[in-house]
Design a protein around this ligand. Structure first.
Ligand code: NAD
Length: 257
């Protein structure tokens, strides 16, 4: 689909993969709503790229409805619904201290990563359904969700995170089938190790990132957020990409640790 002259909404758009996606879509002529908890960074980015910021908690359906309403009245048809908001968590199923995984922490990760993606996809698509078709295929828009290769091959201590990302992967095919009726495609990207603020900053973080990226096959480095955003644009522009779960990982395969 054509990006120019459209509106888009990007959750987690204030940082990392979401921020790069906001920049890419805005540069291609889309009016982008940055939907994020972080209002300082979100407001600054939105004003830089000529978009709009709406403080949003993706785990809260009412909050997502408010953000989608802004995107749907941006003055151009809302076509692209992109979920990048997410949080990490590390805890074993049974800890070294013999304690079972904390229920509240598991629930929080599911709420933000999985329910948050469900909220934006379903509420966003309902708004896209109200637009006129954009081309001869009857296409109205595209959903892109962000899972992780941790949803396919979860590592030690990634029980909650992998469950949340596996859930996103599992929604891809049924959502694509459901949303075909309104002319929407749905694809899910599974990033590997991409250099973003999610890993923190400073010497300890650089050391951690180097260790994580060591098994990458080629190119021998972390991915960049700009490369992720480029993939988002490809998935929007190529009308035959649908119901797919795409690894974006330089060939890495996670080992147990
Ligand atoms: N960076 C990687 O290596 C990597 C790998 C695999 C998957 N991912 C996934 O990609 C997505 C983006 O990660 P990133 O690396 O850009 O991280 P990031 O921390 O740079 O950005 C995440 C953004 O999500 C926002 N956010 C968190 N909770 C939110 C909520 N409840 N409502 C709205 N916004 C919320 C944060 O404020 C932040 O701006 C996440 O879902 C993450 O799990 C990242």
């Amino acid at each position: 689909m054509e990006l120019n002259g459209t509106a888009a909404i990007v959750s987690g758009g204030a940082s990392g993969l979401g921020e790069a996606t906001v920049r890419e879509l805005a540069a291609s002529g889309s009016k982008v709503v940055v939907a994020d908890l972080n209002s300082d960074r979100g407001t600054a980015l939105a004003s830089e790229v000529g978009g709009m910021f709406v403080q949003t908690d993706v785990s809260d359906a009412e909050s997502v409805r408010a953000a989608v309403a802004v995107a749907a009245s941006a003055g151009a048809p809302l076509r692209f619904v992109i979920s990048c908001a997410g949080i990490g968590w590390a805890q074993r199923t049974v800890g070294r201290d013999g304690e079972p995984h904390d229920r509240a922490a598991f629930g929080k990760v599911i709420d933000v990563n999985l329910i948050g993606t469900f909220n934006l996809m379903s509420i966003g698509a309902a708004a896209v359904a109200k637009t006129e078709p954009a081309n001869a295929d009857g296409a109205r828009g595209v959903v892109i969700n962000t899972a992780s290769i941790a949803g396919l091959e979860g590592q030690t201590g990634q029980l909650a995170y992998s469950a949340s990302k596996g859930g996103i992967i599992g929604m891809t095919v049924p959502a694509a089938r459901d949303l075909a009726a309104i002319g929407m495609r749905v694809n899910t990207i599974c990033p590997g190790i991409i250099d973003t603020p999610i890993y923190g900053s400073g010497p300890a973080s650089e050391e951690f990132k180097a260790k994580l990226a060591a098994p990458v096959v080629f190119p021998k480095r972390m991915g960049t957020a700009a490369e992720f955003a480029h993939l988002v644009r490809m998935l929007i522009e190529n009308d035959y990409m649908n119901a797919d779960v795409i690894r974006f990982d330089g060939g890495i395969r996670f080992q147990p640790k």
